[in-house]
Design a protein around this ligand. Sequence first.
Ligand code: SF4
Length: 218
Amino acid sequence: MKQGLYPPAVEHIDKILETLKRHYPDANDTSLDYQDPFELLIATILAAQSTDKQVNKITPALFEKFPRPRDMAQAPITELEEAIRSTGFFRNKAKSIKQCAQHLVEQFGSQVPQNIDALTSLPGVGRKTANVVLGNAFGKDAIIVDTHMKRIASRLGLTTNANPDKIEKDLQQILPRGSWTDFSHKIIAFGRTICLGRNPKCGQCSLLSWCRYGQANA
Ligand code: SF4
């Protein structure tokens, strides 16, 4: 209902960016704890189908035991499984982080690469993980299409796609360069507090006047 009676979000992206900045001035980083790009890469792989909080509980001991790619590449798989068990899907994740570390050692001189193609060539690393690393550990412009971004970009009418790679491309066309990583952080904070998966708080939302979903359901 009311199609066309409210301004589409895509034409008001600057106002949306400004509003998110005002409401979430401190949402500037991932909530995963890390000391270097390698730790962030591994923590992000472990965060799949888990929570950042849960991952932060186990990574200090994991990285103390296996601090460098070579240590993780040579680790007995059972020890890795035990160390990451509480993050869920631990058998697959242990295999992924070990293979990822092996690939880093063999193909990249134990350094985490700084471009998306090289990052996504690593076992267990998709575009979302790669963008988390690029945006946070390397300060590059990166749009992180996680569950919050998927949901909110669709509700706002910034994309009609469901595929994360296509959503990323759509957002790259709409968002000004230089704003991508910051927008990603703000959207995650916004998705955790206002634009919830179930029962979004549209009545309290400062983006309501530009939101297709909120207007249609008001
Ligand atoms: Fe989310 Fe509702 Fe705000 Fe739209 S109006 S962005 S659906 S909380």
